[in-house]
Design a protein around this ligand. Sequence first.
Ligand code: NA7
Length: 536
Amino acid sequence: MKKTEEIDFEAIVIGAGFSGLYQLHALRDKLGMSVHLFEAADDLGGTWYWNRYPGARCDSESHTYCYYFSEELLQEWEWSERYPEQKEILEYLNFAADRLDLRTDITFSNRITQMVFDEESLIWTVLSEDGREYRTRFIINAVGCLSSTNIPNILGKERFEGSIYHTGEWPHEGVDFSGKSVAVIGTGSSGIQTIPEVGKLASQTTVFQRTPNYSIPARNEKLSQTFIDNFKASTSEWMRKMLLSRGGHAWPIPTRHLIDTPELERRKILEEAWSVGGLGFRECFDDILVNKRSNLIMSDFIKDKIKDVVKDQDKSAILTNIDYPFSTKRPPIDTEYFETFNEENVNIVDIKADPITEITAKGIKTRSKEFFFDIIIFATGFDAMTGSMLKIDVIGRKKKTLKDVWKAGPLTYLGLQVEDFPNMFILTGPGSPSVLTNMPRTIEHHVEFVTACISHMVVNNFRAMEPTNKAMVEWVEHVNEVADKTLLPKTKHSWYLGSNVPGKPQVFMPYAGGLNNYRDICSEIVEDGYRGFNFT
Ligand code: NA7
């Protein structure tokens, strides 16, 4: 029996992705704390450990999608392409973990299932799947925003005699598509990356599309040595640009409104941005997410581009039947996605018009037709932003459960902490800019914020920290107000709102005010004596 005050580690970090690895390093090597990291997978990587589907690649540009807290890491690592593919990101994270000697303080294949706060000792007891218990003062949840897979509950799924895969839980040995008839359900970023690769290999590919997507050509390319050398000589300038931007990316900050730009000039700007490609396309004007008319013009521009590519009129009509403003759902970027539909053996089924009714032993039935497959791929996304936290049974003060506190939608202060769950932090949690940004920039900010909070507590002899109810409620109101000033909540079918998961409360979860503004708010709160937080 452990004594009440006894702890195993001063801090426990959960999750070995980008955020957890840096948090382990920061607390252990900057603050000198005893820290341990638990990870459910048998190796590190987080999102990039699980998402090994064909074509898996990051939508952020590689030289921005990495740690900037260490100039050494920046100088030593070399990215090969404009966008890093999954394998390269995993290699990068392994490189960083080895350089920082992190593996010694990580336990793999150990899923945390419960955490319980003791009000008297102010200690958390963390329970893992294998029945072991660990006691700690601080818990930092680095469980990821897009880690809890969403597999729709379609009637008859268990009857299917072929193979079923989800893009977010892809087998390490890969999948052989040659000579196979393959179904892909879902046309979000994962589906849009997978479909061209499957289309090349399978004998027949059928895409089941519920909501069509605006997708921008990624225009991936090898990075030249000149680019790499220039980058290494100016990393601080790259960082400066990223921190000034709303999304934590390094492309030029938009200054023009589409609506005020004369038509010829507007066309020229859109064409130029289209030829550069990538997520930066939406940043060529400043008013896309606030002005309906501007958004409509940009949306129509993209639809025309899709129509130019897809030759078959029926397929083109299904792919461009988009009824929501551009970028209000997370916009994918692609490599030859629409071009793939020019292949005769690649077809698309509009399941909004002709919904899937069941999965049979041999394939998929829609209301009007039966299809036969060897393989079904679910590219159906994730229970985003709250799914992974709510898989853990989190019990705080007065036996309150996180599940209960979040039953009408996530409540947090700054996306970082929840009242009645002292000393528990969530990295890139709901209510923070997170998924609306280039994740490593948001992650570094959160890790450094949490590290500073803990350091502040140590220096001042505080034993517990949590937000006040007022601060939390006001922050959630602010998150909603900010989102409501944009077109973002106008799309009802979006994982930003939780609408992809049946029964999930529909609340706009990320903070849409921009990473630059969010960072300023956090700094002001700290300067104001950690306004909104209570210290014990
Ligand atoms: P997404 O973006 O959530 O896409 C999932 C896709 O699956 C999307 O097209 C969904 O349609 C579709 N879906 C979800 N549930 C169903 C059911 N029940 N039936 C048919 N189709 C369904 O996930 P991704 O993995 O592609 O990307 C996640 C993020 O990773 C991405 O945004 C980037 O940030 C990186 P819907 O649109 O909900 O109608």
